[in-house]
Design a protein around this ligand. Sequence first.
Ligand SMILES: [Fe+2]
Length: 352
Amino acid sequence: MKYFCSLLYFLCSLATLEAQGVAPPPSVTITNNALGPIDFQEQLNTIAFGSCNNQDKDQLMWKPILLNQPDLWVWLGDNIYADTDNMQVMAKMYHKVKSEPDYSKLREQSSIIGIWDDHDYGVNDGDKNYRKKQQSKALMLKFLDVPASDPVWKHEGAYQTYTIGPVGRQVKFILLDGRYFRDELKANPAGTPRYFINETGDMLGEAQWKWLETELRNSTAQIHIIGCGIQFIHDEHAFEKWANFPVARKRLLGMLAQIKPSKAMLISGDRHISEVSKMELPGLDYPLYDFTSSGLTHAYAGNTTEPNRFRVSPLVNQRSFGILRIDWSSATPKITMIARGLDNVEFFKIEF
Ligand SMILES: [Fe+2]
């Protein structure tokens, strides 16, 4: 039966690609997950996530990830280093990661969801002007085995939401697309910071903002995990961050403070470091955490002193992935944020 479903799913997905005018590259074999990517009824006790996975570097991190037996894996961007507008080249890169034996094991054992950042979008530090964004989106959704029935196939942009778990023990994932609609950043000729702040620019675009508000307001989930490729809270470093768009960052934080979703937290990637930032948001009766996990195949080892007034964890400058362990036994579920690396070494553990 599962093979019949797989075949049906495969054909539907191809039909969706063609309906969007995005034919699969002729010379690339596209494989599909036999069971589909998500078990929507499963109670999530262990979630793992990560970012920055260069397909040409070793893929050793899947072994410790598998050891943690995650119920769900979340890709948080730079899932491949494509940096190209050649869709055949990009498809081959996705195929390489998808063919990795240990990642294949993870696909068999765990649900998989994800969103992109810049390198897998197609251009380093890319924005709304990338001309192949529709085709690139289709390749990412194929890589993730997103079902043809998912609304993400029909709207512009790659933002997605998934509510997973039995009623009363549900986690709602809101994956924000910080690339497809992102306004331009002006490069700083001095190099540091890399860009000037865009005082009026936007990250998400109006359609995505309206969708986000609706998804938060209408949610009955017990936990909300909001993910984006780049960091939400940290506002001091020289690279890409929500803080480069202060109007958008304020709008997001204001929306959370106003709607007050049950137990919300942020997850992010991109930085080749891992850390947890924490802020108190007036109006929210719990601290807002941003758990950054990056990178899977390479790390910013020289980063030992970067200031971050919001950091409440060690600064991890080694290859790593993130884990969220959920304890459902109390009235308000508890989340433990854990950063781990090669050989499953533990870098920190923080309770929320
Ligand atoms: Fe990135």
